[in-house]
Design a binder for this molecule. Structure first.
Ligand code: SAM
Ligand code: DTB
Ligand code: SF4
Length: 336
């Protein structure tokens, strides 16, 4: 591990080894937080947080068997399958998100993969949202190369596709698509020059080695994802993971801090799971280097904190949401 952490540039590495990431996890908490906050301040305004609003444009009935997900047709959750939302409803929702202060609008579909028959409808949604002056993001499952290019042409800024966990633990959670399938989609997104949003979930019953393994898979990609969502499992009744034991909250904070250290220029999103977190835990996550959240009363199908509550929290913490050119990460100059 490099001794000198004072220069974020030096830390743009793509060759992380398990032992050194596990050593970061094992640092005394204050040392880890100090290092993460130092690197964070070199790359970003520490008082600025980016806000994205999510909308489920196609809910439920998904063919995949992801053990955490209420939208999988393999589980008996309360989520009912619905068809793809009409364009006008999506734009209405985006306008509302903009009004409430979101800078990015993320549209999620409970699909295993995007079908060509839906491509143009989704492309119209992307163009419509982009024309409102919002950044655009979609998460639609696996993509093919030509689909990624079409979405880029429509004005897509970010594609979200998570690795979810380590390659070793992955098979315990999902059996219907492989880790390599996910990596392939990420490479089509990268090749189409769309910003990559990829992260994972903490609290699936994985070990600390698996958490380190997830971060290694992300950081050792040829280019770091521009956006790294770290989700805390939202336990939903009817899913196989509904009754899982809670993870130690400080271990969650450590995961944010280690992600910050390994991917110093990426925006790390304190993603799903905030509804079950105290304000103090969220504050600790921002100190550890998280600088993005989902903003709005719903994630895809589950609850998120009220916008009023988030605004009060930001005000108490002196956090602004003017996350713009001056705070956004610079593109990696070269990948190695
Ligand atoms: N179907 C697409 C896919 O899986 O790529 C897009 C939507 S899917 C709901 C997006 C991500 O949400 C998943 O990869 C997972 O990381 C996260 N997610 C789903 N259910 C979750 C839960 N109960 N708790 C935390 N994160 C969850
Ligand atoms: C991500 O990493 N988390 C978001 C977003 N990307 C699409 C989704 C969280 C979903 C939580 C469960 C639900 O609301 O259905
Ligand atoms: Fe389907 Fe995505 Fe849920 Fe997996 S996470 S079941 S792919 S909606």
């Amino acid at each position: 591990m490099p001794e000198n952490n004072s220069n974020a540039e030096q830390l743009l590495r793509h060759d992380w080894k398990a032992a050194e990431v596990e050593a970061l996890y094992s640092l005394p908490f204050a040392d880890l937080m100090y290092r993460a906050q130092t690197v964070h301040r070199e790359g970003f305004d520490p008082n600025s947080v980016q806000v994205s609003t999510l909308l489920s444009i196609k809910t439920g009935g998904c063919a995949e068997d992801c053990g955490y997900c209420p939208q999988s047709a393999h589980h008996e959750s309360a989520v009912k399958a619905e068809p793809l939302m009409p364009l006008d409803k999506v734009l209405e929702s985006a306008a509302q998100a903009k009004e409430t202060g979101a800078s990015r609008f993320c549209m999620g579909a409970a699909w295993r993969n995007l079908k060509d028959r839906d491509l143009e409808r989704v492309a119209d949604m992307v163009s419509g949202v982009k024309d409102m002056g919002l950044e655009t993001c979609v998460t639609l499952g696996m993509l093919e190369e030509h689909q990624a290019k079409r979405l880029k042409d429509a004005g897509l800024d970010y594609y979200n596709h998570n690795l979810d966990t380590s390659p070793e633990f992955y098979g315990d959670i999902i059996s219907t698509r492989t880790y390599q399938d996910r990596l392939d989609t990420l490479s089509y997104v990268r090749d189409a020059d769309i910003n990559v949003c990829s992260g994972g979930i903490v609290g699936l019953g994985e070990s600390q080695q698996d958490r380190a393994g997830l971060l290694i898979s992300l950081a050792n990609l040829p280019t770091h994802p521009e956006s790294v969502p770290i989700n805390l499992l939202v336990k939903v009744e009817g899913t196989p993971l509904a009754n899982h034991e809670d993870i130690d909250q400080l271990e969650f904070v450590r995961t944010i801090a280690v992600a910050r250290l390994m991917m110093p220029k990426s925006v790390v999103r304190l993603s799903a799971g905030r509804e079950s977190m105290s304000d103090e835990l969220q504050a600790m996550c921002f100190l550890a280097g998280a600088n993005s959240i989902f903003y709005g009363e719903k994630l895809l199908t589950t609850d998120n904190p009220d916008t009023d509550h988030d605004q009060k929290l930001f005000s108490r913490l002196g956090i602004n949401t003017e996350f713009g050119e001056h705070t956004a990460p610079a593109k990696e100059a070269c990948s190695h």
